[in-house]
Design a protein around this ligand. Structure first.
Ligand code: URA
Length: 242
């Protein structure tokens, strides 16, 4: 709204939350050193508030979850090694910079992880992407591999493992087992997810301490159906079903 010339100047609105003052950071002190969260700013919390809201439309869920996925992928790339690289700029001067070392690929854990592939492709043009389908074995109640397809040289690549929700950690741990069976060293895998539970992080990082986890938000815990609380419900349903 407009103010008349005689009105006193209106101060800009103050953010209601200051960066790094959010409650989820209360768990930071106990986080394993291999876990990295996105900067817990008020803006990020606003994005999460939208995607957690059960009234949010599918269109908005797609848009805002994609924004978070993009931030996560960028953060994941920050953890890849670089080597010294010099270039000559159009001024004729030499710039001593860096270039990425080694090749990467994405591996999505089906089906929800597929939703993160587009975000990876936006940032890494023509990136190779593998897939892995893990489901609960009804007889043993353990996660079981049903399908996998990887780039044939995956053992030589850094792998960005994609799954939006880290609940108990069962599927993610099975996925890492399969990647390691294909020759990918543990410390070349970076696991990227939107929301994780403290239980899932403890299980996963306890098993694979050399593997980095990039997570957007750490929630309170799990309910009796192993859904993350407060969470956002079933990510696949929210993303793919009207
Ligand atoms: N998968 C989901 O989609 N949501 C959860 O809360 C846990 C696992």
């Amino acid at each position: 709204s407009f103010t008349s010339p005689s009105s006193p100047p209106v101060p800009p609105p103050q953010p209601s939350l200051q960066p790094n003052s959010l409650s989820s950071n209360a768990t930071d002190a106990k986080l394993p050193p291999s876990v990295f969260t996105l900067p817990q700013t008020a803006q990020l919390e606003a994005l999460y508030t939208i995607i957690r809201d059960k009234e949010t439309s599918r269109g908005d869920f797609l848009f805002y979850s994609d924004r978070i996925i993009r931030l996560l992928v960028e953060e994941g790339l920050n953890h890849l090694p670089v080597i010294q690289k010099s270039v000559v700029t159009p001024t004729g001067a030499t710039y001593d910079g860096v270039g990425f070392e080694g090749k990467i690929c994405g591996v999505s854990i089906l089906r929800a992880g597929e939703a993160m592939e587009a975000g990876l492709r936006e940032v890494c043009r023509s990136v190779r992407i593998g897939k892995i389908l893990i489901q609960r074995d009804e007889e043993t109640a353990q996660p079981k591999l049903f399908y996998s397809k990887f780039p044939q040289d995956i053992a030589k690549r850094y792998v960005l493992l994609l799954d939006p929700m880290l609940a108990t950690g069962g599927s993610a741990m099975k996925a890492v087992d399969v990647l390691m069976e294909h020759g990918v060293p543990e410390d070349r895998i970076i696991f990227i997810n939107l929301i994780s539970s403290p239980e899932g992080l403890k299980n996963f990082c306890g098993r694979f301490p050399r593997l980095k986890v990039i997570t957007g938000w750490i929630d309170q815990g799990l309910n009796e159906k192993a859904y993350i609380i407060p969470g956002l419900g079933d990510f696949g349903e929210r993303r793919y079903c009207e």
